[in-house]
Design a protein around this ligand. Structure first.
Ligand SMILES: C[S@@+](CC[C@H](N)C(=O)[O-])C[C@H]1O[C@@H](n2cnc3c(N)ncnc32)[C@H](O)[C@@H]1O
Length: 370
């Protein structure tokens, strides 16, 4: 970490004035800073950061943020409403509050903070469902076996559960629900950004390959009333996707097709194809198989493929794709890719990039046949 040779003062994230609650002087955090005096201290904090992550996962699962929307509550009130053990809940909340997730406005009384707002379920950009997935049993057990992956090069999930994640999901409805909810929340957060960047109005028929329950396709078709859509998914997803699309009033504009995108065939005759958060779930060999299926379906009619993915940023740069890549390594058996890795993969499957994707954030890779 740059600058760590110097003595640094790392401020504790500020908590907002608590709605309806006065903080007692002895409890105030406004002037408090944590002294992180040496690289060794910083290292220790980072090595213990999973405690903070776990606390946040648990608080998200208990919906503590929703319980605080009306104002501060005591731990006893929160524990009673959430069905939790009050003394244990207190210690978890206190841990999260020391990094600004919730704020302890009086001893054993907590309120929302700007960071905790993101755990509410009733805000448009809620992170709650994605946080619950990050802390879910099927994620966490795989992450816990990261050392297995690093020693063997094999995906930790397969080692822990005895099968890859996709077949596992076929017979684990709870985990599927957690994944679907997280994907919906992520699409609601990122979908508008993508739709602001890509003019889908120039296309008449858009295929969303591995399109989940159809959240992104629904947002797209709502924005572009003259477009029709095709959603291609695993057979097990056909019914949930059909229901979601019907509930969004789009049944007459969308065809849902079940199948395997590794073997195809994919729906032909569309002028735009979308792979949204799909290719990073796969290593190059399988990612290239999926791309070749898209290329075959597209034919030579001038179609465009949009990858909604990340491009890993350069040396030592802070980039959340580098964190997500650990999920790809352990859970999914895939990878986040740097620009040269995307170029190589696309070229191996008959595509070339037609735009300059931004590195270090979710972005659009516009691909055309070579
Ligand atoms: C990370 S999710 C992304 C879902 C969707 N694009 C979205 O943005 O919500 C990857 C999707 O690929 C689908 N998938 C996985 N393996 C597949 C296969 N062999 N054939 C078709 N779809 C598959 C999954 O069911 C899942 O919905």
């Amino acid at each position: 970490m740059p600058g760590l040779g110097r003595k640094r003062r790392v401020p504790v994230p500020r908590s907002p004035a608590a709605p309806g609650g006065q903080r007692q002087r002895a409890d105030r955090g406004e002037d408090r800073v944590n002294e992180i005096a040496s690289p060794r201290d910083v290292l220790t904090v980072l090595a213990n950061a999973d405690r903070i992550a776990r606390a946040i996962h648990v608080l998200a699962g208990l919906n503590i943020a929703d319980l605080l929307t009306g104002g501060p509550k005591t731990v006893a009130e929160l524990a009673s409403a959430a069905g939790a053990d009050a003394p244990s809940l207190y210690r978890v909340l206190r841990c999260a509050a020391c990094v600004g997730v919730f704020t302890e406005v009086r001893t054993e009384t907590f309120a929302l903070s700007p960071l905790a707002e993101g755990l509410r379920t009733d805000v448009t950009d809620s992170a709650r469902d994605a946080v619950v997935m990050d802390g879910s049993e099927f994620f966490y057990r795989a992450l816990g076996a990261l050392d297995h992956t690093v020693r063997t090069g094999k995906t930790a999930f397969d080692h822990v559960f005895g099968m890859p994640i996709w077949p596992y999901l076929e017979s684990n409805a709870d985990s599927t629900g957690i994944l679907d909810d997280a994907m919906e929340a992520i699409n609601r957060r990122l979908g508008k950004r993508y739709l602001d960047r890509i003019d889908f109005g120039r296309f008449s028929r858009v295929a969303d390959i591995g399109g989940g329950k159809g959240i992104f396709l629904s947002l797209l078709l709502e924005r572009y009333p003259s477009c029709a859509g095709v959603l291609f998914e695993r057979q097990a997803m056909v019914d949930p996707a059909t229901s979601t699309i019907a509930a969004n009033g789009l049944a007459d504009r969308v065809t849902v097709v079940g199948g395997d995108f590794l073997t195809g065939p994919l729906p032909p005759g569309c002028d735009a194809y979308v792979l949204n958060m799909v290719l990073h779930d796969w290593y190059d060999e399988d990612a290239a198989r999926i791309l070749r299926q898209v290329r075959a379906a597209m034919g030579d009619t001038g179609g465009v493929l949009f990858l909604l993915e990340q491009v890993v940023a350069g040396l030592d740069t802070w980039d959340r794709a580098k964190l997500l890549d650990i999920d790809m390594l352990t859970v999914w058996g895939g990878r986040e890719r740097a620009r040269h890795e995307w170029d190589r993969l696309l070229s191996s499957a008959g595509f070339a990039l037609a735009n300059e994707p931004v590195a270090g954030e979710w972005t659009v890779l516009e691909c055309v046949p070579r």
